[in-house]
Design a protein around this ligand. Structure first.
Ligand code: ATP
Length: 513
């Protein structure tokens, strides 16, 4: 199945089973804004908890906060967002579609890279074990030509971005022969800058109103609280502050479902270190974060690092962790060495001294920061797109859709079915559920055949279903059915907790980190 079709199916499935709905759908929706439904919110909360616990429970020197979305307007001057949080945009005059100029060029470069990779893969298949990739890349003429083209383009692109040279960005698009994906034409407008922050008015009387912004990142809420947390928590450097919260960006190209939204959620951790040690910590957090992702069991080959060519205005090193989404490898998390840019600027703009005093060396300094910043919604998308599976059922002329969500993140952990709606079976089922519901998110279902009930639970990724039948009343055993294997076993009711705990406990996964 084409990747695009898979993506469409995932979107349709998300709506059908209560994972994600378009915002304000009854009014035809609001572009690039989404709501999480009754099943989606459970998965989202579990992802949040896994991140939060990995940060704050496993690291004694990391604490959490929950800062407000509204912040003093000066915050965004200090952070550089008023002046520099812009995307270069370009319109195609024929299709009237708007694009980010940098994204058009990056996609063009990806295509050249893919061409090179195709040659390498072809040669590798031809030569088998004796294939020397480096030698091939160094000597093959077509690969060499494309590599040169790519290197030159990359260098020019980075230079134009760094110099904010909008005219050259347009020239690159024209020189590379990039066409609009919709109209196929090269009829482009000039490139313009577009600030991504949403603004609103604070104050009830218009004369008193002052413009404030919806935060475009959660990080600044942490920076302005650095002193509060350090002092009241008696934190010693190195230490970190973690936060989960909403962020808002007026994205120009807001497509691809929950991958790029105008209102989204971030899980960020700012780690404060002594100047000069930041590269060590940057490496440390790159490794740690990749390990966290891999611990989900979605497949090690699904992740890769992408080191940034062009650094943001605040960074001296930056890398993305990319996940292999249905539309290809894309950023899910950024790890940035932000230097003392933010704290230093808040010190300047607020006039407050934001420094750390090291009692051992008796030195004071503005701490450096290493940040890990992950998009909760993108994380959610990586989990559901990886989970979505259509499979033939052996021995039956039937297919099922099963969401192979890691069991510890599954929205519902256990479904409880009485075989029939009579003979005391519903009462017995309720009794079992009443015992288990304090530890596991359970669902009770008595409608339809057991087969249909299994399908509905497969579609939301429930790892276990149990059926209560007449035998249960005799010997207190139930049938437990496993989502992935569809195998069924008869087990004593008193063993249920243990069986489930082994598979769905977040503790077990955290222990491996
Ligand atoms: P991109 O290049 O895709 O626009 P970014 O580099 O601007 O992302 P950061 O500012 O580093 O993103 O934000 C950290 C994380 O927040 C990203 O890795 C991503 O997971 C998430 N994120 C950023 N923008 C959005 C968005 N519009 N919708 C959903 N998640 C987002």
């Amino acid at each position: 199945m084409a990747q695009e079709d898979i993506f469409k199916k995932i979107i349709a499935h998300s709506k059908e089973y209560g994972f994600i709905f378009q915002s304000s759908e009854i009014y035809d929706g609001l572009s690039a804004v989404y709501d999480y439904g009754q099943i989606g919110v459970e998965l989202k909360n579990n992802i949040k908890q896994y991140w939060w616990d990995a940060m704050t429970k496993l690291n004694e020197n990391i604490v959490g906060i929950d800062a407000a979305i509204f912040m003093h307007p000066r915050t965004w001057e200090a952070s550089g967002h008023v002046g520099a949080f812009n995307d270069p945009l370009i319109d195609n005059k024929d299709s009237k579609k708007r694009y980010r100029a940098d994204v058009l060029i990056e996609e063009h470069m990806e295509k050249i890279e893919a061409k090179i990779q195709k040659e390498v893969d072809k040669a590798s298949a031809r030569f088998g074990d004796t294939f020397d990739e480096k030698q091939f890349r160094d000597t093959n003429q077509r690969v060499q030509e494309n590599q040169l083209k790519l290197d030159e383009l990359k260098a020019r692109f980075v230079k134009a971005l760094e110099a904010n040279d909008l005219a050259d960005l347009k020239q690159i698009i024209e020189d590379s022969g990039i066409v609009c994906p919709v109209s196929g034409s090269k009829n482009w407008t000039d490139v313009r800058q577009f600030n991504l922050m949403f603004s609103t008015q604070l104050g009830s009387v218009s004369e008193e109103a002052s413009t404030i912004y919806l935060r475009p990142e959660t990080a600044q809420g942490i920076f302005v609280n650095y002193l509060n947390v350090q002092k009241t928590g008696r934190m010693k450097i190195p230490f970190g502050i973690a936060q989960i919260g909403k962020a808002f960006r007026n994205e120009i190209v807001a497509r691809q479902f929950i991958f790029r939204m105008r209102e989204f959620e971030q899980m960020e951790m700012q780690f404060f270190v002594e100047p000069g040690t930041e590269m060590e910590w940057y490496k440390h957090w790159k490794e740690k974060r990749l390990k966290w992702h891999k611990s989900l069991g979605l497949g090690e080959e699904k992740y890769r690092f992408h080191d940034h060519d062009k650094l943001a205005h605040y960074a001296n090193a930056a890398a993305d962790i990319e996940f292999d989404f249905p539309m290809g490898f894309r950023e899910v998390e950024g790890i940035h060495s932000r230097t003392d840019f933010d704290l230093g600027n808040h010190e300047k703009f607020s006039g407050r001294k934001i420094q750390y005093h090291d009692t051992v060396t008796n030195k004071s300094y503005v701490p450096y920061v290493v940040e890990t910043s992950i998009g909760l919604d993108r994380m959610f998308l990586s989990v559901i797109s990886n989970a979505y599976t259509e499979e033939e059922i052996e021995g039956k002329d039937e297919t099922r859709i099963v969401m192979r969500i890691p069991a510890f993140l599954a929205p519902v952990k256990l479904a409880v079915f009485p075989l029939l709606k009579k003979d005391g079976l519903p009462e017995k089922a309720r009794e079992i559920m009443d015992r288990l519901k304090f530890d596991f998110n359970c669902q009770y279902e008595e409608k339809d055949t057991i087969g249909r009930r299994y399908r509905r639970q497969d579609a939301i990724g429930t790892p276990f279903c149990i059926t209560i039948d007449h035998q249960t009343q005799e010997d207190n055993t139930v049938t437990i059915r496993f989502r992935d294997t569809m195998k069924q076993e008869r087990v004593p009711v008193e063993n249920l907790e243990k069986i489930m705990e082994d598979k769905v406990s977040m503790k077990n996964v955290l222990r491996e980190l």
